[in-house]
Ligand binder design. Structure first.
Ligand code: G3H
Ligand code: 13P
Ligand code: ZN
Length: 330
């Protein structure tokens, strides 16, 4: 058993309090390999941003939980070596059981999500409360979720949205003791967040998805003022990356994300953690596809993973500076 404090990590409590007061959001970037971790740390050190390193259960299976934990510890040391001791949280994304959350806490995670959003309300409350009791005894912060996001990924999938019911949030927060709450206001997981027929076209012919339900967010904020809110499924699916992927043999169809101006707007409210995974996947894939296609004689992985890491870093810096607003908040 190891405490995250020995690893140089922090929990999310103080970061969220500052983010709400300052009108910005902390980036929560998923990672499962070294290049992603390096790009996240480089981007956040250069922009002087706090950061949440996020590990899904799929990532844990892919990379091995022990390796990921040592990588997070490495991230702390790497940031210092790059010249800035930025606050780094190691967070379990979409934990689906008490046992998984406990195992991560025992391994050095400083924050966990228990996602009981697909359970009946009372079961979600009971499971979340159990995780909170264990986590708080170790000074680890807990994210719960109410409402279901549409979208399909490895371990996280649902056909349709169920928007968060604002009338439930106060009771949920009170009964469970969670430190933050993920809500469903129209974001969704993956690169295909909307069907083209749900969108309208702007003057330039670009598809514009239906706006996020800011009315639900406002109602939630009214009921739990100043309480940290989390947005999952917040990739914007950059169309230049989609175009590069498709130009070099990819087959991404109808890839549509959340417009960045809406996320910037949300970050100014009680939304203090914004989850981004798919955009990183797209940037990495675009870089690798371009290099594979334009430099067919290349066979040293460093020659395509190195540039992929650069593309990722550029993307993360853009998110921190122009979307989350967390630059210079470390
Ligand atoms: O919300 C889910 C994350 O993007 C992780 O996805 O389960 O494919 O690792 P994953
Ligand atoms: P995206 O698929 O929009 O990047 O969402 C990631 C996420 O919510 C991780 O929990
Ligand atoms: Zn998510």
């Amino acid at each position: 058993m190891v405490s995250y404090k020995e690893l140089g990590l922090v929990n999310s409590k103080e970061l969220f309090a500052k983010a709400i007061a300052g009108g910005y959001a902390i980036p929560a970037f998923n990672f499962n390999n070294m290049e992603q971790m390096q790009a996240i740390v480089q981007a956040c050190v250069e922009t002087s941003s706090p950061v949440i390193l996020q590990v899904s259960s799929g990532a844990r299976k892919y990379a091995n939980q022990t390796i990921l934990r040592y990588m997070a510890q490495g991230a702390v040391e790497y940031a210092k070596e790059l010249g800035k001791n930025i606050p780094i949280v190691l967070h379990l994304d979409h934990g689906d059981s008490f046992e998984l959350c406990k195992s991560c806490i025992d391994m050095g995670f400083s924050s966990v999500m228990i996602d009981g959003s697909s359970l009946p309300y009372d079961e979600n409350v009971a499971l979340t409360k159990k995780v909170v009791e264990y986590a708080h005894a170790h000074d680890v912060t807990v994210e719960g979720e109410l409402g279901v996001l549409a979208g399909v990924e490895d371990e996280v999938s649902a056909e349709h949205h169920t928007y968060t019911r604002p009338e439930e949030v106060e009771d949920f927060v009170k009964k469970t003791g969670v430190d933050s709450l993920a809500i469903s206001i129209g974001t969704s997981h993956g690169a295909n967040k909307f069907k083209p027929e749900q969108c309208t076209r702007n003057a330039d012919g670009v598809l514009v998805p239906p706006p996020l339900r800011f009315d639900i967010l406002k109602e939630v904020e009214k009921r739990i003022p100043g309480f940290p809110i989390v947005l999952h499924g917040s990739s914007s699916v950059p169309q230049d990356m989609v175009a590069i992927i498709n130009k070099y043999g990819g087959a991404l169809k109808d890839a549509i994300g959340i417009p960045e101006d809406q996320l910037r707007e949300a970050a100014k409210s009680a939304v203090c953690k914004i989850n981004i995974d798919s955009d990183g996947r797209l940037a990495m894939t675009a870089a690798v596809r371009e290099i594979m296609a334009t430099k067919p004689a290349e066979f040293d992985p460093r020659k395509y993973l190195g540039p992929a890491r650069e593309w990722l870093k550029k993307l993360y810096m853009h998110k921190v500076v122009n979307v989350l607003g967390s630059a210079n908040k470390a």
